[in-house]
Design a protein around this ligand. Structure first.
Ligand code: HT7
Ligand code: ZN
Length: 895
């Protein structure tokens, strides 16, 4: 199993200029095959051209085409069938390469230009990897990123090979009336035997990973969009017929995204149609194939009874994300997969900006930083830490990571912070002007930002080269006589596997200074920390020692260490003009209390009572929640929400997940007890029976109400059961229903099972609602949760073949129920390793992700560390039986 290295990049020896594909979905010719089974023949005709300028090999080199699980039926060069005697072409072991040698020389008169036709047989119905061409429900669809196209036909399956595609699909009309591919529809027609065809042409050259094909019997909604230059685009979103009533929100989101990209970046859509197809079986969230996005249903379907506010927000964000890829990813794509963050970091940043503009920028920032801290910081602290542009990989699918995506977006945000909105736009304009229609690198992006603004971004390259989360330490000193405030910022990044020492990063630190009365003493400033340590002076600072507000808006993906008293934090919570830092202060106040309680509990002691300052600070947030004059209740709700366990775990030198869980519960209970009347007042004031609206105000109201409910249920008593049961019974939307059920699920007594039963019945088999039902039980804070999860793996609705369902139960348990996954008896570890092994046989991508749950094993206290390591050893011992994906994760975890 050989890794690929970034440094080994070479241009290909050949280009493919035109790709003609014929898909024939036909009954399986095998007489033993079940009734209705099909196979697909793919005939590909490639116009191949020698890369005379940049091809690394001299003369007429071999052409080596990638292929995986293909059965070659026919092969022709320039229309002439090739002999099968081994003289004209070679199929390497496992037929993962098709090699043409001397044949090319002869066929091209020594020039290297020729057409190659292959006909292969593929079996979408037994493709459970969900990569390549596969079946989801009754529909056929494709997923080609990163290296799935080679599971459809032999090809130069790499992103720098860009071709014009023409696609013809033939299938039985009654069963598969809808035939889609990229670009514009050119022809349709009838064929003999109840069959029909459609032909599609994409005028934009594209890499194979952006190819898509869909055949099915689906319903849809149609709309249109007039672009800024006045062109009409037909928009259509497809789903199974029974889900057509859940597509409106996705359509509205799409139109908003199209308008936003025109207004903010001047980027216009470029085809006559934009199609989106929702499928239930999908490895990730969605895929930006040119003109034909394929989506996981979880990121498309929504109606108030089945989707939560978070689902609505996520759908808007993912629809936007895939749309924005049309420029950042499709028009300008990646030279090689090491550059993945070029399109993903940039597009995540753009979707974050979009969501900020659609709702509250501060709320969106908080949500994004929460995810970054919980997932990416953890990744950066373990053996799989990698730079946003990794140096090597075995299986590319394993590098669709939080680092490449979320930290990648933070790196783009830092350009924006350093250049300002106008400077960033100049850089984007230059990037697209220079590189439209080509496959480029992160260095090209950095150069465009630098050249458009005359700014030196050379040190900034370290963000692309070095893994790990920098720790920035801040120390302030005030000279009353000189009215000068000095701020010393130092940075240090711990070594990571393969990178023992790090050079200083170029870090933008946005800073404000607050006077005792809460006034801003200096304009909010971006300091550029480039050395290991630097001191910055602020002159004319009146009125005594100021309270600094540091790293405003989370201006860089770092851990900030600064001594702050509870009083200063409470002051910042109340007065900071930077909304993000008001929230940040609440989190720091809570973290300090939780980590202190955890330490006491881990040492067998009793935690100290909460400091009155902390209680008062939370009381003030609750009081603000009663104010009806336009306060952003989402911000308040997040200030009341305690930092999550994964983030807190990352703050511990030795990870003790169960003690941490107890410490966090202790703080939550203490706050609930100290502020019970206040929580109840806010809960009752916001518990209104009003029509469901997805507005920031209404989302904020529900969010704050449900946070209060969860505090009111921390004391697991009869009062809590009554409150949560009543909330569940009265809920009129999924947001409230799931919030109440989540509380109930962790409470004692029969009520939770009654509620779960009702929830299950009301779901009426809706897969997305059933996913929630599985997750709620996997997340329950009960001693027998593991038994329940075990039992649920045998439930008739559980399936290992559906990634959403599998992740809803097993992923939720392993990644989000830390106290139960890491339970003392080690049963959680055994269960998850069992599941990795079982799902690895069907879907290696899903298995590999789940295996990542063990990767931080070295950071845990001894007992857990040994038990986690034992499961990793057990997985390793499977040897050749393990997929390449899972092998890569497990072997790296053991480094
Ligand atoms: N660009 C898409 C990546 C993706 C993917 C990668 C590996 C395996 C399956 C996949 N499905 C989609 C998603 C995105 O827009 O980021
Ligand atoms: Zn993306």
């Amino acid at each position: 199993l050989q890794p690929k290295y970034r440094s080994s990049y070479r241009q290909p020896d050949y280009w493919i200029r035109h790709t003609d594909l014929l898909f024939q979905i036909v009954p399986d010719p095998d007489p033993e095959a079940p009734a209705g089974a099909t196979v697909t023949y793919v005939t590909s005709t490639l116009t191949v051209e020698r890369n005379v300028d940049g091809g690394p090999s001299p003369g007429i080199p071999n052409l080596e085409l990638d292929g995986e699980e293909l059965t070659l039926m026919e092969i022709k060069v320039n229309g002439q069938p090739l002999p099968w005697d081994g003289s004209a072409f070679l199929l390497t072991a496992e037929s993962d390469l098709l090699v043409l040698g001397k044949t090319i020389e002869a066929a091209s008169a020594g020039k290297g230009d020729f057409t190659l036709q292959t006909r292969v047989l593929i079996r979408p119905e037994s493709n459970f990897e969900l990569s390549g061409f596969y079946k989801s429900g009754s529909a056929y669809c494709s997923q080609c990123e990163a290296e799935g196209f080679r599971r459809i036909t032999y090809y130069l399956d790499r992103p720098d090979v860009m071709a014009r595609f023409r696609v013809r699909i033939e299938a039985e009309k009654a069963k598969l009336p809808l035939l889609l591919s990229n670009g514009n529809k050119m022809a349709t027609g009838e064929l003999d035997g109840g069959r029909h065809f459609a032909e599609w042409e994409d005028p934009f050259p594209k890499p194979s990973y952006l190819f898509a094909v869909v055949a099915g019997d689906l319903g849809s909604i149609v709309d249109s969009y007039k672009t800024m230059s006045g062109r009409d685009v037909r928009l259509e979103i497809f789903s199974e017929h029974e889900n057509v009533d859940k597509l409106e929100h996705a359509m509205t989101s799409l139109k908003k995204s199209m308008r936003w990209d025109e207004e903010v970046y001047g980027l216009e859509y470029d085809l006559d149609v934009y199609n989106i197809v929702a499928v239930n079986d999908f490895n990730m969230g969605a895929m930006e194939n040119k003109g034909l996005n394929v989506f996981n249903t979880a990121f498309v379907l929504a109606k108030p009874e089945t989707a939560t506010d978070t689902d609505y927000e996520r759908i808007e964000g993912v629809i936007a994300h895939e749309y924005f890829h049309n420029w950042s990813g499709n028009r300008v794509t990646c030279q090689d997969w090491f550059q993945l963050t070029l399109k993903e970091g940039l597009t995540v940043f753009r979707d974050q900006q979009f969501s900020a503009d659609m709702g509250s920028a501060a709320v969106k920032r908080i949500e994004d930083v929460r995810v970054l801290r919980a997932r990416q910081f953890a990744e950066d602290s373990g053996p799989r830490a990698h730079a946003i542009r990794p140096e090597s990989y075995m299986k590319m699918d394993n590098f669709y990571t939080s680092t490449v995506y979320e930290k990648g977006a933070e790196v783009i945000r830092m350009y924006h912070t350093l250049l300002g909105a106008a400077g960033f736009r100049k850089g984007m304009d230059l990037y697209f002007a220079r590189h439209d229609g080509s496959a480029v690198t992160c260095d090209d992006f950095r150069a465009a930002m630098a050249n458009a603004n005359g700014k030196d971004f050379s040190q900034f390259e370290r963000w692309y080269l070095q893994a790990g989360t920098p720790v920035v330490t801040a120390k302030g000193a005030y000279d009353a006589a000189l009215k000068r405030y000095s701020l010393t910022l130092s940075q240090h990044t711990a070594g990571t596997v393969g990178q023992p020492s790090k050079l200083p990063f170029h870090i933008p630190v946005r800073v404000g200074l607050l006077g005792k009365d809460g006034r801003e003493l200096v304009p909010s400033t971006v300091l550029e920390l480039k050395e290991a340590s630097q001191t910055f002076e602020f002159e004319n600072v009146e009125g005594g020692t100021p309270v600094p507000s540091l790293l405003r808006g989370f201006s860089a993906p770092v851990r900030l260490k600064v001594e702050q008293s509870d009083e200063d934090l409470a002051f910042l919570m109340a007065h900071d003009t930077d909304s993000f830092n008001r929230w940040e202060a609440s989190q720091k106040l809570a973290s300090q209390a939780i980590l202190a309680a955890t330490e006491a509990l881990a040492g067998g002691g009793t935690p100290a009572p909460l400091a009155p300052t902390t209680v008062d600070a939370f009381r003030a947030v609750l009081k603000a929640g009663l104010d009806d004059t336009g306060v952003d209740r989402s911000l308040l709700a997040y200030a009341l929400s305690l930092p999550d366990e994964l983030t807190l775990l990352g703050e511990m030198d030795v990870m003790r997940p169960v003690a941490l869980h107890e410490g966090r519960e202790h703080v939550k209970k203490s706050l609930a007890a100290a502020l019970k009347p206040e929580f109840m007042d806010v809960y009752q004031a916001l518990d209104k029976d009003v029509p469901y609206l997805v507005t920031p105000q209404e989302i904020g109201r529900r969010r704050m109400k449900n946070v209060c409910l969860s505090y009111l249920c921390t004391e697991k008593d009869a009062g809590a059961v009554a409150l949560a049961s009543s909330a569940f019974q009265r809920a009129t939307c999924m947001t409230d229903s799931i919030a109440a059920l989540a509380c109930l699920a962790s409470l004692p007594g029969p009520e939770k099972d009654e509620a779960l039963e009702i929830f299950y019945t009301n779901a009426k088999g809706d897969p997305l609602v059933l996913n929630k039902w599985f997750s709620i039980q996997a997340l329950a804070d009960l001693p027998d949760t593991i038994d329940r999860v075990h039992a649920l793996t045998r439930h008739p609705d559980f399936s290992m073949k559906n990634p959403n369902r599998f992740r809803a139960l097993i992923g939720a348990f392993a990644n989000s129920n830390l106290a139960r996954f890491h339970a003392e008896d080690g049963r959680g570890y055994v269960l998850v390793a069992d599941m990795v092994l079982a799902v690895d046989k069907l879907n290696p991508q899903v298995a590999a992700r789940l295996a990542g749950a063990f990767s931080l094993w070295r950071k845990f206290e001894n007992t857990r560390r040994n038990m986690m390591k034992a499961q990793l050893d057990r997985l390793m011992a499977v040897g050749d039986g393990l997929s390449r994906d899972t092998f890569e994760i497990v072997s790296q975890s053991l480094l």
